[in-house]
Design a protein around this ligand. Sequence first.
Ligand code: B12
Length: 440
Amino acid sequence: MAVGYVSVALAVLLQFSAWLPVSLQCSVSENQTGQVIRLLNIMVQSENSSAANGFAPNPSILLALRLASYHDNATERGMLGRLQADAVNRVQKGLTFSSGTVALYCMAMQACCADPSLTPAPGLKGGKKVLDMIKLLERKLKGEIENIDSKHVPLTNYYQVGLDILALCMMGKPVTSHSVQRLIAASDNGGFSQGKSYSVDTASIAVLALTCMRRSVKPHVSVILSLKIQNALNRLIKNILQETKSDGLIGNIYSTGLAMQALSVASTYNCSSTFQTVLEHVVSGSFENPMAASQVTPSLENRNYLELNKLDCKEFKKIPAVLPLPPAPPTAQQGVLTIHYTVEDGIHNIFKDHIDVKVPAGSSLLRVMEEAAKISPAKFSFTVVQSSWGPFVSSIQGLAGNTNDQTYWQFLSGSTALDQGVADYKPHDGEIIVAKFSKY
Ligand code: B12
């Protein structure tokens, strides 16, 4: 009886709360649209400059631009053409093309209403006029799954396996139940963790992929698979929600956008405090990195990757004129900063070197590392590889991270892992920065 009263009271409360304006704020209101436009401009400007420099476009950015309600037609069209040309070039020359990159290329093409299986390829070997990106993605996913079967780890990572399944499913292509079950098994057996922390980003992509699969698998054809997918989704949603912080962020600020997409398609959650905190971060400049902007923008307008094949490619609402960005606020610290920088082999414990570095206020961690390398190259020289997020530190003191061994250079402030890369993170005076060779 008591339970009955409680549930009636709860039902009334839930109905009532639906009328409270605060619970409705899960996407930008009219007077907040400027923040979305600012992020769109950051992405458009970065793409225009990479086009001018002959760099390949970023498919995550094209995806985000296509999902937005405002558009820059010329940039999007130009990006699609360059994306198609880059895919053909990579295949022709046998350049690196990871499975997740192929998946993002396919999703971006699809969002532009271009069929990825008919990618124009004028100079392809064998007289073929088109490149079939879907077949390529199927082969890439097969490679990932075979590696999991034989070596218990994907060729890349489970974030990319999730992207592969999501892209194939969004293109209406069958995904083997074995592949889906490999993703589910990883989600249950710690495959989504990086070191000590749970990757909300990976879990969110898996939720989007599995939600797409759940919608496409006919329950009467495969009752068991449908049930397995639904149960996995329930567990993933629970895990993601468990990572919610007191300010509403889920994981960290850079995973929250993807988490919002996942939660909005697969469950009901109180999005308002999450949304408000994300918006505050947009205002305070946490998303100046165009890749970060691309992953958060869809959720600011309550959009998600499962909508990418429903977009209208004719109707464009132009992005209002580029608003002049306000000048960057003056950095609180002026003058010179001292950073205590340590480089440590945390796996074989062979070396641990320390240096105090002086840099001008407002310098990035990359600048600190460059200064350290100038002073003592034998101990602090390092290499980077460029990625969609900026420079990724691949080796320090000649010791390089490796996907097979699951090793990498992790960056910490004291004992807390940084949530930005070395080019974006700006250390403060007296900060202890540790680069630690670690396992993930
Ligand atoms: C997998 C992963 C890793 C793996 C990559 C190796 C592997 N096994 O593939 C490992 C564990 C090594 C890693 C390391 C780091 N990561 Co990481 N990573 C991811 C994750 C979950 C997926 C990346 C991916 O495969 N994308 C898909 C493919 C197709 O795109 P891609 O651009 O080709 O992917 C490559 C790059 O993204 C690169 N990479 C991965 N992480 C980072 C971080 C930075 C700053 C850079 C420049 C490059 C980079 O490795 C990918 C595989 O080759 C993303 C989540 C996300 N939301 O994007 C976080 C993510 C990109 N990482 C992040 C961070 C902060 C880091 C670290 C700086 C953490 C730290 N404190 O040390 C380090 C990088 C330090 C360094 N050496 O420079 C943040 C970046 C946020 C930001 N604003 O910059 C993200 C968004 C996670 C988060 N929510 O905090 N990462």
